[in-house]
Design a protein. Structure first.
Length: 183
């Protein structure tokens, strides 16, 4: 039985420790993640926040939900949120952190338990939302795949294996894959 938008938001509010998503009307909880997954998420989030002006951007790790439609809400591993977008959510403890507008950067980290779902279900939804840049970091293959939105609405895909990767939607911000994937 499909879950309504209102029911989903109530589940999120009543279970703040849960990592709930809604995919095409179906309630889904993100499973616990591996050391590699959490390590990559934390490092990337920390590196982004260090390079961004906090007055302009916030980095949220495994907390924000993005809404594609009334039946699809996703919880990316890392998102960069314009600070102005978060102002409406401040000081509202009984309101879930749900973002409707396209974001500058959305990141998923590949995990054995969610990898196929992230690629097949979530990444196309982020593109349909119009997010500027979408990254999939694969800690086991040691790759970063970036999809960057073009002026015509299409996306260009590029795979990186080492070196510094610039966040095209956030000029001057980079992630060093050599350090990220170092043992």
């Amino acid at each position: 039985m499909p879950v309504t938008e209102r029911t989903f938001e109530q589940v999120v509010i009543e279970d703040p420790e849960g990592r709930w998503e809604l995919h095409r009307g179906r309630l889904r909880e993100k499973p616990l993640m591996s050391w590699n997954h959490t390590d990559v998420m934390s490092y990337v989030g920390f590196q982004l926040q260090q390079q961004l002006d906090r007055r302009k951007y916030r980095v949220h790790i495994n907390g924000a939900r993005v809404r594609r439609s009334f039946e699809s809400y996703y919880m990316p591993d890392v998102v960069v949120v314009p600070t102005d977008m978060g102002i409406v959510l401040r000081d509202r403890p009984k309101q879930a952190e749900i973002l409707d507008a396209p974001l500058p950067l959305v990141i998923e980290v590949w995990s054995p338990s969610t990898g196929e779902y992230d690629v097949a279900a979530k990444l196309p939804e982020y593109q349909d939302r119009g997010d500027s840049e979408i990254w999939l970091i694969h800690p086991f293959e040691r790759t970063l795949t970036a999809w960057r939105r073009q002026p015509d609405g299409s996306y260009v895909e590029q795979v990186y294996r080492s070196g510094r990767v610039e966040v095209a939607s956030l000029p001057g911000v980079t992630i060093d894959l050599t350090v990220l994937f170092a043992d």
